[in-house]
Design a protein around this ligand. Structure first.
Ligand code: F0G
Length: 344
């Protein structure tokens, strides 16, 4: 049978209410790309779970198909979320598909161009907050407590249900869970979902390496960060809603949550692109973490199977590339000028 989206594929594993009406853009079923050359450097069998290939370009579509399907089924007419960008684009797309009104709150000036454009294109009412993601999240929580508007942030349990499916897919492809799973951590919904998914699927358990950006690392510091700052705007979050569960996942799996610098994140982004996988900065944090831990000797990846989750596509955040990579050169439209530049 042709692929019909992840609710259809994994419905027996998803705790969704009977009123759920499936709204799907055929999300999920993303490739687990072998990275033999890069893996060699760590002596491990390395794979990238490329979540940037979901319909709106990030892993958020997994949770959103579930959250919107449930909201529609219970008769919601408007959905709302706070977002650093990807959740906004995803909520907007699935709401559009379902014929719902969508409202998204984003931190002013801190959302990458491809995400903002997506949210607008899919028809969301985009509201910029003069504050952080954390401020926006408090506002949407309050309004959904006082009005019938449905909340589709990952506080919504159905988001977690949908996002568990990525662990199922990894186990289905590999035949078992990997030894390590490395991924970025922002609001901490995704690490919570992966861990719940691996535990439920019973194909073995990976050790979890959650990676935050140094300027937005509340789970590493052990306290909220009032003014989070990082080039990886997707994970520019100081008070993660599911922080406790993220710490639990790290602890239970005998893994850890670490912080890496913006420079390490951009380095990892460059390395991935040099292997043909272009991801947005936050998405490179998982690899940055693996590189940092291996260099310190605190992860021995040798002979292990390692999956690095790349959560969003590079096209989400094009400006970062022109800022920090080599920019194109300009020449006159003459053959000699071309040869002078590239050599003969
Ligand atoms: N990677 C990307 C590309 C993201 O957009 C996010 C979160 C994360 C990683 C972290 O996942 O929050 O589940 O720990 N983005 C949210 C948003 C906050 O609004 O799009 P998390």
């Amino acid at each position: 049978m042709t692929y019909q989206g992840l609710i259809q594929r994994y419905k027996q594993y998803l705790d969704l209410p009977a009123h759920t009406q499936t709204i799907s853009l055929l999300e999920g079923n993303t490739p687990l790309i072998p990275m033999p050359r890069l893996g060699n450097e760590f002596g491990c069998e390395l794979f990238i779970k490329f979540e940037g290939l979901n319909p709106t370009g990030s892993f958020k579509d997994r949770g959103m198909t579930a959250a919107i399907s449930e909201a529609v089924g219970r008769g919601a007419q408007t959905v709302i979320c706070a977002s650093t960008g990807n959740t906004a684009a995803s909520a907007a797309a699935y709401a559009a598909r379902a014929g719902l009104r969508s409202i998204v709150l984003i931190p002013e000036g801190k959302v990458a161009a491809g995400k903002l454009a997506g949210a607008i294109a899919y028809g969301a009412e985009v509201i910029q907050i003069q504050g952080s993601f954390d401020d926006a999240l408090s506002l949407v929580v309050e309004i959904t407590q006082k009005t019938p508007i449905a909340l589709v942030n990952s506080i919504n349990p159905y988001r977690i249900e949908g996002q568990k499916t990525s662990s199922f897919e990894i186990c289905d492809v590999l035949g078992s869970a990997p030894d390590w799973l490395c991924l970025p951590v922002g609001n901490a919904g995704n690490i919570t979902s992966y861990w719940a998914g691996f535990k439920q699927y019973q194909k073995g358990l990976p050790r979890m390496l959650g990676v935050q950006a140094e300027g937005a690392a509340p789970l590493v510091l052990g306290h909220p960060v009032e003014k989070p700052e990082t080039v990886a705007t997707a994970i520019r979050i100081g008070k993660p809603a599911r922080g406790e569960q993220a710490l639990e996942a790290a602890h239970e799996s005998n893994g850890r949550i670490i912080a890496v610098s913006d420079a390490q994140i951009l380095d990892a982004q460059r390395i991935l692109a040099s292997e043909g996988v272009w991801v947005e900065p936050a998405s490179a944090a998982g690899l940055a973490g693996l590189i940092a831990e291996s260099a310190k000797g605190s992860i021995d990846a040798k002979g292990k199977r390692v999956v690095v989750v790349c959560t969003g596509h590079g096209m989400k955040d094009p400006s970062i590339i022109t800022e920090s990579f080599k920019s194109p050169q300009v020449i006159p439209a003459r053959y000699q000028a071309l040869v002078d530049l590239v050599g003969s």
